[in-house]
Write a protein that binds this ligand. Structure first.
Ligand SMILES: Cc1ncc(COP(=O)(O)O)c(C=O)c1O
Length: 448
């Protein structure tokens, strides 16, 4: 084993990793990254098909973003954000407000996705306290939703594998069935349905709206829950119900924001205006940590008062609005504009989606779903019965290992193999990645 890896395993505990597995599958030492490729210390490369956990937007090492970071380093590294401010944060807040739904007027910065969510949950909760509606303290979330790994974010997440053990620590959150069309909770077919899966939300809100602060949803894609792409009508109706029953709508765009679904923000597909929008991951195009929670003047107003009234929002993080991160975020937004990224991506997206169609013919692939630069393949043991693989079969891990041998990072979500592609990808690279994956998955079938 490489001496660096030995040292790594001696001192480091990696996230989402059973460290014992590292004996057989040690971490790969990456030294350099360019565009879609990550290079290891032996000169081999890997296609970063999942944008390094969905944050890399324009490809690695984009010169405009790199230079903006270098310039910022020469003037201001960091400064506390209470009692002090700086131009990169001011400019970024202004830019974010100009590109998100029109009702969002205030930006609260933090430093990752979980804290962006945590901020929204706490603001919503405190809004109702500050407004004399103290009973409104519970939340509604989807059973395949995921919003991060802090206790509050986990309380409103539904991915059991990640959360089960911590359940005794959670606060109350009503879970509603997800609009998971392939495994429809109402046993309907999408082509004939009328979004009946909205029913549980409607009934819950009718009965309990007086005790509900907010509903939190990932718009259009339940990402960590299995890249479940769902109809925009569901989001429209959920937003309508939230409004009707006077409950906040928190849209978690941490994974979907910054172009991943083909539009700058996924909520644009449904023309929905949330009370809170949570951003992170792609905000700095994958260069540096940053989180942001956007909200309305109305919500901000409920906190704005004399100090002694106790309405202050007591929340913050040391690296809130780090200037270098903000500069990277501004540079990324410049790239979107100068390179006309989203318009240019339209062609790539349709090539990508067309190429994924082939997978539908494979027995092992139960569902193919895609939106924008995201594509997912749900693997099943029995296609007709939609029977899942057993957990001990570790189908995802088998494919991951084979992928690495073919220079692909196919890090699965359980039985879901997926792509989360950066905009720097070329037509040819899409072809190589999808075709290699096809061969791996096709052969997996014949081995079983
Ligand atoms: C939708 C969503 N929200 C929140 C988070 C948490 O973000 P972070 O890992 O930066 O805390 C994630 C992470 O995957 C996510 O996908």
């Amino acid at each position: 084993m490489d001496s660096w890896i030995k040292k790594d395993l001696k001192h480091i505990w990696h996230p989402y990793t059973q460290m014992k597995d590292c004996k057989i599958l040690p971490p790969i030492l990456i030294e350099k990254a360019r565009g879609l490729k990550l290079y290891d210390n032996k000169g081999s490369f890997y296609y970063d098909t999942i944008s390094s956990w969905w944050c890399n937007v324009h490809g690695h090492n984009h010169p405009r973003i790199k230079n903006a970071i270098k310039r910022q380093l020469d003037s201001l590294d960091h400064v506390l954000f209470a009692g002090f401010t700086h131009k990169p944060a001011i400019l970024l807040a202004e830019r974010l407000i100009s590109i998100t739904p029109g009702n969002l007027k205030k930006v609260f910065f933090s430093d990752n996705g979980s804290t962006a969510v945590e901020t929204a949950l706490k603001m919503s909760f405190q809004y109702w306290q500050n407004s004399g509606r103290e009973k409104k303290k519970n939340f509604i979330s989807l059973d395949y939703g995921y919003h991060g790994d802090t206790i509050a974010a986990m309380s409103v997440s539904g991915v059991d594998l990640f959360n089960e053990i911590f359940a005794p620590l959670f606060f109350k959150s009503y879970k509603i069935p997800s609009p998971y069309c392939y495994r429809c909770p109402m046993k309907k077919k999408r082509t004939f349905c009328d979004i009946e899966c909205i029913g549980p939300l409607e009934r819950l809100l009718r009965r309990r709206n007086s005790e509900i602060a907010a509903i939190i949803i990932e718009p259009l894609v339940l990402a960590a829950g299995g890249m479940i792409v769902y109809p925009k009508e569901y989001l429209k109706r959920a937003a309508h119900l939230a409004r009707k029953y006077n409950v906040h709508l928190i849209l978690d765009e941490v994974a979907t924001g910054f172009g991943r679904t083909g539009k700058m923000f996924a909520c644009e597909h449904a023309k929905v205006k949330p009370d809170f929008m949570c951003l992170s991951k792609g905000i700095t195009a994958g260069f540096l940590p940053l989180g942001a929670t956007l909200t309305t003047d109305e919500i901000y107003g409920a906190f704005y008062d004399d100090y002694k009234k106790g309405k202050t929002f007591y929340h913050g993080h040391t690296y809130t609005a780090n200037p270098i991160s903000c500069s990277a975020a501004l540079a990324s937004l410049d790239v979107f504009k100068r390179e006309d990224t989203l318009r240019k991506a339209e062609g790539l997206i349709s090539i990508f989606h067309n190429r994924l169609e082939r997978f539908r013919g494979l027995d092992i692939v139960g569902d193919v779903r895609c939106i924008g630069m995201i594509g997912a393949l749900e693997l099943v043991r029995d296609k007709k019965g939609k029977k899942k693989f057993g957990i001990n079969e570790r189908i995802g891990l088998r494919i991951y290992k084979k992928g690495l041998r073919e220079s692909l990072i196919l890090r699965p979500l359980g039985d879901i193999v997926y792509f989360y592609l950066p905009f720097s990808i070329t037509k040819d690279e899409i072809g190589v990645i999808v075709d290699k994956t096809f061969d791996i998955i096709k052969n997996e079938r014949s081995v079983r």
